[in-house]
Design a protein around this ligand. Structure first.
Ligand code: FAD
Length: 465
């Protein structure tokens, strides 16, 4: 980290695009047909699709800070078809059901791009697909298994590339193989969330910002400024959920951290390639994800300090210097020619991680309470599917429609046990990530194609697989 690196400030994306003009807090008690808590992608997509389906519906969004304050304004901008928990859903509900879920996710990438175009949201979207690379024998073995599994789940267009073909796309140092899928696009996260909030408001949805919900009860969302009463109350608070009364051990807030470089010179880009602007990732246990931004920077993320004691969340994205340095080293590991490049910004955000690492969407028909989340690290597209699914569940519950393709997907209504109380929760996550980092180091040093034994144990103990 150099003195010129901005640390925190929510995210680089806001530094670039500016913070949004604040919206008024809730002025007092009120009522609505649907109350959405949280103005990230989940809450906004839900409001969007509900209002489109039933323009007369009175929908109120209550946001604790401002729309896009959370992960939706801080992410890596991989709009892709991954969904946390698919393989477990295949085991629980059968393979066909999980194939349907995967197909719905494939379609979701197109759906986000379609709506952005329809609503005039210019979010620097570039559909270059996703390229996942391997640069150790163990990573290569995992990548091949991953590739075969995705093809078996219906991704016929996915291709496995050799070292030469990989380098023709992106020259990742030492890459031996990669897997490319067309189901992915690069987005500017903040332009997407700001545009979505504006589109939702233009449809007639009421958004109140600086309005934290302190308690959720059936038909009630309680805030310091008043209570919103609504037959349906939807919790869309992802990594912040643990701070809500009664939810402390629901989804664990896991940190993910990012850096953005200065814009790279054309000469430097010549050493890297990346003309296709693919979303780029690796197959390490503590994996990295990256994008080439519209203004020719590299934005790269990975796990920093993964979790803070007591499920505390963040301080406007401030990131520990040791994490920033680790990400910079990762950047140089992938692209040695970036060694002298300035890091303009570093930031962090929180993901929601359920005990079984499975994303869910639920409407409890007896109480009218609903929620969606637990996306782990893949929510940019999944939130859209969640929004459309919550719409269908509410329409079904209120007699406007029957069961739909979306309301019968296997992630609907999934129940998961709570995380362990502290200090076990903290110790467990620290140990898991120490295990992953150690495994990555050993795999880099070893010539073996076997996944490190410690990482396999960590996967099992953490409930990840
Ligand atoms: C650094 C980082 C990189 C990521 N990269 C990717 C990626 O490249 N691709 C991908 O698919 N996914 C990625 N993710 C995950 C993805 O960003 C999230 O899954 C997604 O944005 C979740 O959206 P959300 O609306 O559910 O949650 P959030 O965006 O976190 O929104 C929750 C909102 O609720 C508000 N809130 C919280 N508590 C309350 C309360 N009590 N009352 C009122 N409001 C409240 C918050 O202020 C916040 O605005 C990344 C996440 C992070 C942190």
């Amino acid at each position: 980290m150099t003195t010129s690196t901005v640390n925190g400030g929510i995210s680089f994306w806001y530094a670039q695009d500016g913070l949004p003009a604040p919206r008024e807090p809730l002025p007092g008690d009120s009522s609505a047909d649907v109350c959405v808590i949280g103005g990230g992608y989940t809450g906004l997509w839900t409001a969007y699709y509900l209002k489109k389906a039933a323009p007369d519906l009175r929908i109120t969004v209550l946001e604790g800070r401002f729309c896009g304050y959370g992960a939706s304004g801080r992410n890596g901008g991989w709009l892709f078809n991954g969904i946390a928990g698919r393989d477990r859903y295949a085991r629980l509900h059968g393979r066909d059901s999980a194939v349907r879920l995967q197909q719905a996710m494939n379609d979701t990438v197109d759906e986000v791009i379609r709506v952005a175009a329809e609503e005039g949201i210019d979010a620097d979207i570039h559909r270059g697909g996703v390229l996942e690379v391997a640069y150790t024998p163990a990573q290569a073995a995992r990548l091949k298994a991953f590739h075969s599994a995705e093809v078996a789940f219906g991704e016929k267009e996915r291709v496995l590339l050799g070292a030469q073909e990989t380098a023709e796309r992106i020259r990742v140092s030492g890459a031996v193989t990669s897997s490319w899928t067309p189901y992915g696009a690069r987005v500017h996260p903040v332009k997407l969330v700001k545009g979505l909030a504006a589109a939702v408001e233009a449809l007639g949805v009421t958004i109140h910002e600086s309005t934290p919900v302190t308690q959720i009860r059936p038909q009630h969302a309680v805030t310091p400024y008043g209570t919103v009463r609504a037959p349906y109350v939807l919790r869309c608070t992802e990594g912040f959920t643990a701070a809500i009364k009664g939810q402390r051990r629901a989804w664990l807030p896991m940190n993910s951290s990012m850096i953005a470089t200065e814009p790279l010179s054309p000469e430097l880009w010549d050493t890297i390639g990346w003309e296709g602007r693919e979303a780029l990732g690796d197959m390490a246990h503590a994996y990295v994800y990256a994008q080439r931004t519209a203004d020719d920077r590299i934005a790269l993320g990975g796990r920093g300090v993964p979790y803070r004691y007591g499920s505390r969340t963040d301080n406007d994205g401030r990131t520990q210097p040791v994490t920033i340095e680790a990400l910079r080293e990762m950047l140089v590991r992938l692209f040695p020619t970036t060694a002298g490049v300035r890091i303009d910004h570093a930031w962090s955000g929180v993901l929601g991680v359920p005990r079984d690492w499975c994303a869910t969407v639920t409407l409890d028909r007896s109480t009218g309470l609903g929620w969606a989340g637990g996306y782990v690290g893949s929510g940019v597209a999944t939130t859209n599917l969640a929004g459309r699914t919550l719409r269908d569940l509410i329409q079904q519950d209120s007699g406007q429609s029957g069961a739909t393709d979306l309301s019968t997907l296997p992630w609907v209504g999934h129940k998961v046990r709570k995380w362990e109380p502290e200090p076990l929760r903290w110790l467990g996550v620290q140990a898991m990530y120490a295990a992953y980092r150690g495994a990555d180091r050993r795999e880099s040093a070893a010539r073996s194609a076997r996944t490190d034994r410690v990482a396999r144990v960590a996967d099992r103990v953490s409930g990840r697989h």
